[in-house]
Design a protein around this ligand. Structure first.
Ligand code: NAI
Length: 327
């Protein structure tokens, strides 16, 4: 049987952690033949550490054959030791009266420390997914704090936006969500993201032609996908957790195991593709193979799309400028 791989998860006692860990341990992320060791990080706070103990008891009680070990940590320097995969879920939420700058600064502190720890102790091939918001900027900070690791090892989660877009399209045209190909989401994980179905197909037929309604695209589809997180908070009283965990599983599984030519969306550091400045952590259409992702290049960008891309890029650059002095 295969040698276990190490999977670090931060914010492990949180909502997303609770929807995520059991699926990783059951083999849904890295395959049903891949044993895993979970390295779980929570803040040192006693309540959080106790909650983490409870989650670990439940993991034990599932008796997952693929779960080769579980560790509880309160320091990223031990949590990330030799880790092959790191899912950075824990982040500082916006508290009452907190300004955007305060939020960015609090998260900059967390993701600087975690980036440094990854740089110091993680596997040199570690695949990092940042889920904690603001996800793209937190991933950018972690990447900038880990100069000895390849930049391309750092990614941000746009997959929830991608999956939300796929689900809206499937409902609109009455197809099965799994039959949608060549969908992508550009930019920031925020309401400014640009979900783009211009290239999407179902059974080889154009989704754009089937919908043929620019007004629906601009005034229904994009706002629905962009504000979906807020709609879930309004309905549930809590932010999306199971769907976020599911997207994290999808992102990591596809990165590790390949997409067979299928497009997916990942937030990744730009190398200048589509005019996005280098290092901006941007949602792009990618395919993956052999543990590496590749941007789908050469797609035509029309005026409406360019406007959308410029808007989400401007927001991201604003966030990155806001943390520059902290790096
Ligand atoms: P939560 O508040 O239930 O759990 C977060 C956990 O992280 C808490 O247990 C907290 O103690 C822990 N934590 C905070 N700082 C930490 C640190 N420095 N190191 C280790 N652990 C730390 O939140 P939830 O619902 O699990 O969401 C987590 C994050 O994911 C939030 O920032 C949320 O905004 C974000 N999110 C991102 C999505 C995306 O698509 N990128 C979708 C949904 C949520």
């Amino acid at each position: 049987s295969k040698k276990p791989v190490r999977v670090a998860v931060t914010g492990a006692a949180g909502q997303i952690g609770y929807a995520l860990l059991f699926r990783i341990a059951s083999g849904e992320m890295l395959g049903k033949d891949q044993p895993v060791i979970l390295q779980l990080l929570e803040i040192p706070d006693e309540k959080a550490q106790n909650a983490l103990k409870g989650v670990i008891m439940e993991l034990e009680d599932c008796a997952f054959p693929l779960l080769a070990g579980i560790e509880a940590h309160s320091d990223p320097m031990t949590a990330f030791k030799d880790t092959d995969y790191a899912l950075l879920v824990g982040a500082r939420p916006r508290g009452p009266g907190m300004e955007r700058a305060d939020l960015l600064a609090a998260n900059a502190q967390i993701f600087t420390a975690q980036g440094k720890a990854l740089n110091a102790v993680a596997s040199r091939n570690v695949k990092v997914l940042v889920v904690g918001n603001p996800a793209n900027t937190n991933a950018y900070i972690a990447m900038k704090s880990a100069p000895d690791l390849p930049r391309e090892n750092f990614t941000a989660m746009l997959r929830l936006d991608h999956n939300r877009a796929a689900s809206q399209i499937a409902a609109k045209i009455g197809c099965s969500v799994g039959d949608i190909e060549k969908l992508c989401v550009w930019g920031n994980h925020s309401p400014t993201m640009y979900a783009d179905y211009r290239f999407a197909t179902v059974d080889g037929k154009s989704v754009k032609d089937a919908i043929n309604d620019h007004d629906w695209n601009a005034n229904v589809f994009l706002p629905t996908v962009g504000k979906r997180g807020a709609a879930i908070i309004a309905a549930r009283g809590l932010s999306s957790a199971a769907s976020a965990a599911n997207a994290a599983i999808d992102h990591m599984r596809d990165w590790a195991l390949g997409t067979n030519g299928k497009w997916v969306t990942m937030g990744i550091p730009s190398n200048g593709e589509y005019g996005i400045p280098k290092d901006v952590m941007f949602g792009y259409p990618v395919t993956t193979e052999g543990g590496k992702y590749k941007i789908v290049e050469g797609l035509p960008i029309d005026a409406f799309s360019q406007e959308c891309i410029n808007k989400t890029l401007a927001e991201l650059q604003g966030e990155q400028d806001g943390v520059k002095h902290l790096l």
